[in-house]
Design a protein around this ligand. Sequence first.
Ligand code: TYD
Length: 235
Amino acid sequence: MKKGKQIYEGKAKILYQTDNPDILLQYFKDDATAFNAQKRGTIVNKGIVNNKVSEVLFKLVEGEGVKTHFLERISDREMLVKRLEILPLEVIMRNRVAGTMAKRYGLEEGIVLKQPVIEFSYKKDELGDPMVSIPHILALEWATQAEIDKVVDYSNRVNRALSRFFDDKGLILVDFKLEFGRHKGEILLGDEICQDTMRLWDKKTMKKMDKDRFRRDLGGVEEAYQEVCRLVCGE
Ligand code: TYD
């Protein structure tokens, strides 16, 4: 597969064309941003870790009936993926209160939710990704009801599979973000699934093992990324 023209550069990844119009190459950078890119930095070897972790987790959720854009990891920082027309939505699943949810409702971080909560926000950096409801998504034609049903079903499957997987590794899956897109009329899970887009706490010590170490200047960022990578990849 030949690496073609760069078609998109995001905060953490770059997308390139390949010689197959249905397939893109996704390149993982070490650049880290937080708070809508107001905080910027580098996490050494984050791209390598996120590429490896995403491969393992995409394969895991495929086994649970979730169709994804993942095809193959081809190098340290590159994977081949199916080309998606991304829905302009961020889908957030929460098992415990943390981050924005704690702030929004004035709650302690760590409260276990009676049931998982799914939230949607409109992907629009200039607006700070505002939260939206399903009626907004339907009325603004960002997705159809059938697409939303698929997104909700897939998000629940991902949550069940990852919660179980991380629990076995001694980690609590607090929350995570997913993105979905259309490929040949079908909804697929896209983007990445890694420590940049999840909150993971050590079950015993409640130590934060994810991007919050960077967001909140907690130190030991690289070490936490490497540790989760070792646990996920079974090294
Ligand atoms: P959330 O608490 O909504 O926001 P923040 O991380 O700013 O406190 O985040 C919930 C989860 O979703 C968390 O694991 C981080 C992830 N997430 C992203 O990966 N990208 C995003 O743009 C947002 C808003 C959240």
